[in-house]
Design a binder for this molecule. Sequence first.
Ligand code: PEP
Ligand code: MG
Length: 534
Amino acid sequence: MNKLHGGISASEGIAIGQAYVVTKKYLTIPKHILFENQLSSEYQRYLSAVDAVSNQLLTLHDSTSILAAQAELVRDDSILMQVKLAIEQKRSNAELAVYEIYQDYLALLEQSEDAYLKERATDIIEVRDLLLSHLQGVLFNPFENLTRPSIIIAEDLSPSETLTIPMNLIKGLILGQGSSNSHIALIAKSLEIPAIVAAKELLPQFTNGEELILDAYETDIIQNPTTNQKEKYQTKLREFLVLKEEDANLTSLPVITLRGKPIKLSGNAMNLEEVTKLRQIGCQHIGLFRSEFLYLNRNNLPSEQEQYQAYKDILLLADGEVTIRTLDIGGDKPLPYYPLPAENNPFLGYRGIRVFLDREELWKPQLRALLKASVHGNLRILFPMITDVNELILAKQMLAMCKEELIHEGVSVSSKIPIGIMIETPAAVLDADVLAKHCDFFSIGTNDLTQYLFIIDRTNPFVGNRYGLLPDALQSALSMTLKAGKENHIPVSICGELAGNESAINALLTLGFEEFSVPITRFNPIKRCIHKHP
Ligand code: PEP
Ligand code: MG
């Protein structure tokens, strides 16, 4: 047995199971000399791979420059000619010809001083590997050997990669990258998967298939545990389950402080199952529905009809208000089938409301679907990443346009849908007084707000945990927002991870906050803390 300690707890819990180490698969290049009569069919085999890869790239999405440029690279005339010559004159098989020719291009780019050309190296590698996988009939799936419930160990996983793994096969997660506020951490919490992130230095020590105990409360990992250790952790696990059961007894009680002051405690959700579970534990309102998760784990944008059905189901299921946030992609939430231009600083770039408002194919189906669904419940619409009042005005204009269109089509729409914004940028905090005059509620996203206030990338383990839980500048930002909300008579809630933290909730209540929205696993623990708050 060997005990390791490190990383950051992203989702508390204990898991005992086998390690499944995700490794990047490297393609091997077969080499053989062709006979004269094989040359033409080998070139045809290469051309078929070119067709397949280029079609794949173009059908993924045709309005971004990256994939279109990659598709061009696949069909580049001079590359086609060089591969043809290598096959016909050197009698190389197609894999070898492709590999060597793309390698020559890479070598040229590496010598270049031009930053743009250097960046093109990534495209060349991607295109080369796509062609090689097609030629060999190999498709990358890092989870192909995952057949039994395991603790997944990987350098990094995107939300969409995580969501493609069958849930019954993930017992725990250990990632090299990430931080407690990264989206992968939110997913782990939402799925109640014990997870340690930012454990880069531990990764080389794991072996595929070895038995592990993952204690995400203490960020301890035990390799090849003894029977005694397994029993000890099974007991610990049972104790936590008992505590969880005790918390469940709170279900029928109202959310009030010790002195009887009512607090509005809502739940964060990203799918229908979570809305169902929240309802089962007595949570009346959905304070934040992250709609982008409806867009993940599929191959294309959900249609207006699909979205309408999803929002309608959620509204019909929930007891009280349902606050649905419009699509918030970019940053650490890419949509694999909808690539956005490559950026040096994605968190400072094209994300959230910026992408949404620019692209009719995104805003129109979603806003129309939300409006159509509004008659089925108590809907509130929330716009993310607002930095400027004009963005809010534009978003509201688009919503009004969709509403007019629907009414013209004879579709009923609720006459009063409260419109709110996420306060998650310093600009929104500073302008909160003006913004409050144009919307009906604020929801503070402390995950992004902390990132942008302190200039700490929420996914970067080196800076993510540099400051305390509630540093002074964050407290000031929260108080300023609350004050602006109160002065303009609009409610202000906190829906970032901070609201679900037992060590922070007292301070937030003392600051005067009366509304919170928390992940499902934090609902009962936070309710217990509120009950004890004087
Ligand atoms: C936040 O930023 O605090 C938030 C709630 O939104 P997300 O974590 O989805 O960015
Ligand atoms: Mg956010």
